[in-house]
Design a protein around this ligand. Structure first.
Ligand SMILES: Nc1nc2c(ncn2[C@@H]2O[C@H](COP(=O)(O)OP(=O)(O)OP(=O)(O)O)[C@@H](O)[C@H]2O)c(=O)[nH]1
Ligand SMILES: [Mg+2]
Length: 210
């Protein structure tokens, strides 16, 4: 099925957060700086330059809402946390923006938490996972940059993370470079947003026939 993502809102300040539509479901994409959030959005969209990416951490500085179609919900690219090389004031500003977004968005249904498949669980990853658990939101746990790991190490990493995920499930394995996990992630996003992926396929086929 052909999916599209369209950037509809770019939010820099707490005041602008008020403009976020309350009635449309949203799935946030969160994770430490440089883990691959914006690359994952581009991979889902099948476009290289939709979201800006960089090998230098701290690239995304706003909350960016991408409208998914079909389905009609938002996938939201967040600034990364834990970026050490910016001022404390700036770090606090982002942390507050991310925190307020996660706490005050009525349409928020789930948080995709991205973790680097090459690293042991980091303190900031564990904090985010426990925040999502406490807030009662669904969690979609994702190991990024899987192309940089051997299959055996990925399996170990999945088992390691399963201990921390309350659902008892393993994180999904994803690579923006190879597209590994892309279809599975779209299905998980659809379901978390309240859509049945199979129904979306049927709807699209019906529209094409009509
Ligand atoms: N090999 C490989 N590199 C990746 C993958 N995903 C992202 N990268 C690289 O990792 C770096 C960071 O990617 P971004 O998508 O900008 O990361 P981000 O999480 O959005 O970073 P911030 O916006 O700074 O929080 C870039 O150099 C990407 O090319 C992947 O699946 N495989
Ligand atoms: Mg980014």
């Amino acid at each position: 099925m052909h999916r599209t993502l369209t950037l509809t809102e770019t939010i820099y300040t707490l005041e602008q957060l008020q403009a976020v539509p309350a009635d449309v479901p949203q799935i946030a994409v969160a994770g430490r700086s440089n883990v691959g959030k914006s690359s994952l959005i581009n991979c889902l969209a099948g476009r290289k330059k939709l979201a800006k990416i960089s090998s230098t951490p701290g690239k995304t500085r706003s909350v960016n809402l991408y409208q998914a179609a079909p389905g009609d919900y938002y996938i939201v690219d967040l600034p990364g946390y834990g970026y050490a090389r910016c001022s404390k004031a700036e770090r606090n500003k982002w942390a507050e923006l991310i925190g307020r977004y996660l706490a005050e968005t009525p349409g928020l249904r789930a948080v995709a938490v991205l973790m680097d498949s090459r690293l042991n669980p980091q303190e900031l990853d564990l904090e985010m996972v426990s925040y999502v658990h406490q807030s009662g939101l669904d969690i979609i746990a994702i190991l990024t940059k899987a192309d940089k790991c051997k299959q055996k190490d990925l399996a170990k990493r999945q088992a390691q993370w399963a201990d921390f995920l309350r659902t008892g499930g393993k994180p999904m394995v994803f690579s923006s470079k190879t597209g590994r996990g892309r279809d599975k992630l779209w299905a998980a996003m659809d379901m978390a947003a309240g859509f049945d992926p199979e129904q979306l396929v049927t709807d699209v086929l019906d529209e094409t026939k009509a």
